[in-house]
Design a protein around this ligand. Structure first.
Ligand code: ZN
Ligand code: ZN
Ligand code: ZN
Length: 329
């Protein structure tokens, strides 16, 4: 039997398969990204001149460990404010002003987030914080979206692990829906309540330490989807404490490592959600981990209703049971 579960963040219903002995599932490993062999990787150490000058670097002089550069093909560009023009009854447009940056996770071409050292994950989280903080001071910008696409199926076009930071002149729909979800939720904060409720039942918890909880949410729309929630309530990632940022970086590394051990080297998206700069409450910043294991097909497109063929209880059991390979002796 399937079940409908409500995603309280977005207000959308999700179909979750509750059949433990469900249909056989085989997920395909990441397809290799076809690199242009004639050109050196622009994100590797030594090839810095292949990108525009860095906006920010972290690490000792001459030996950067995290690097932020402008995106060569920006989706949002320039300082035009968000002004809507109507060019006809159904032709509404606005300028796509904003910022689009690339965040190189490390100088190492072969190291994805799960393989970074704890210090390195901390630096990456600090870079995300600093860039959102910088965006928030730019007139006309309202919201920053940080993402990591890993693997071709998840939208990565370059193999070298990297993220993207987009500063936008409007608050996008997904955020508006989540803000409405927080506002709709009666009583305390929606995600503070989620932390307590999931720890009470326990069986969807993948990872917990004193600062962070990672769960396969009750309303998961896709297999092995995870939600990373800092315990300390705060609307803005760029106002989080260094300790919380570091803990989230390590939690991500840990659960991405378990995902790779459980399911194999699969593509995934990381989505960092933080409140719009000047509309903070009610909100609680968080990170979505969405492995790209299934295809969004006609029904999902037509209805906005996701069908999840693996229930999150089973996914969490699998992910939580994994221990680092070194612990096996
Ligand atoms: Zn590289
Ligand atoms: Zn909260
Ligand atoms: Zn979210």
């Amino acid at each position: 039997m399937n079940q409908l579960r409500l995603d309280p963040l977005t207000g959308r219903w999700v179909v979750v398969s509750t059949d433990r002995a469900g249909r056989p599932m085989a997920f395909s490993p990441m397809a290799p990204i076809q690199a242009d062999q004639t050109r050196p990787c622009p994100f590797c150490a030594g090839n810095e001149e292949a990108t525009p000058p860095a906006l920010e670097t972290y690490g000792p002089e001459g030996h950067w460990r995290v690097r932020v550069v402008p995106n060569l093909y920006p989706a949002f560009e320039g300082s035009d404010p968000f002004v809507v023009t109507n060019r006809g009854p159904v032709f509404t447009q606005a300028t796509a002003g904003g910022i689009h940056e690339v965040l190189v996770l490390s100088p190492d071409h072969g190291r994805s987030w799960s393989m970074l050292g704890d210090d390195q994950t901390h630096l990456v989280m600090e870079a995300i914080r600093d860039r959102i903080d910088a965006h928030s001071t730019i007139p006309g910008l309202r919201y920053s979206q940080a993402i990591v696409n890993s693997g071709r199926e998840a939208g990565a076009s370059l193999e070298h692990p990297h993220g993207q930071l987009l500063g936008m002149s409007f608050v996008p729909r997904e955020l508006v829906e989540e803000q409405a979800g927080f506002a709709r939720f009666a009583g305390r904060c929606l995600l503070c309540t989620t932390v307590d409720a999931e720890e009470d039942v326990g069986h969807r918890v993948v990872y917990a330490d004193e600062r962070v909880l990672v769960i396969c949410p009750f309303w998961s729309g896709s297999p092995y989807e995870m939600l990373v929630i800092p315990r300390s309530h705060g609307a803005h990632l760029h106002h989080a404490t260094p300790a919380d940022l570091g803990a989230v970086g390590i939690a991500l590394k840990t659960v991405l490592g378990r995902l790779a051990e459980s399911v194999g080297d699969v593509a995934y998206n990381l989505v960092f959600h933080s409140a719009p700069y000047r509309a903070p409450e009610p909100y609680h910043w968080h990170v979505h981990v969405v492995p790209k294991l299934t295809t969004v097909a006609g029904f999902e497109l037509g209805t906005g209703v996701l069908i999840n063929i693996m229930n999150p209880e089973e996914a969490a059991t699998t992910l939580a049971a994994r221990v680092p390979a070194s612990a096996h002796g």
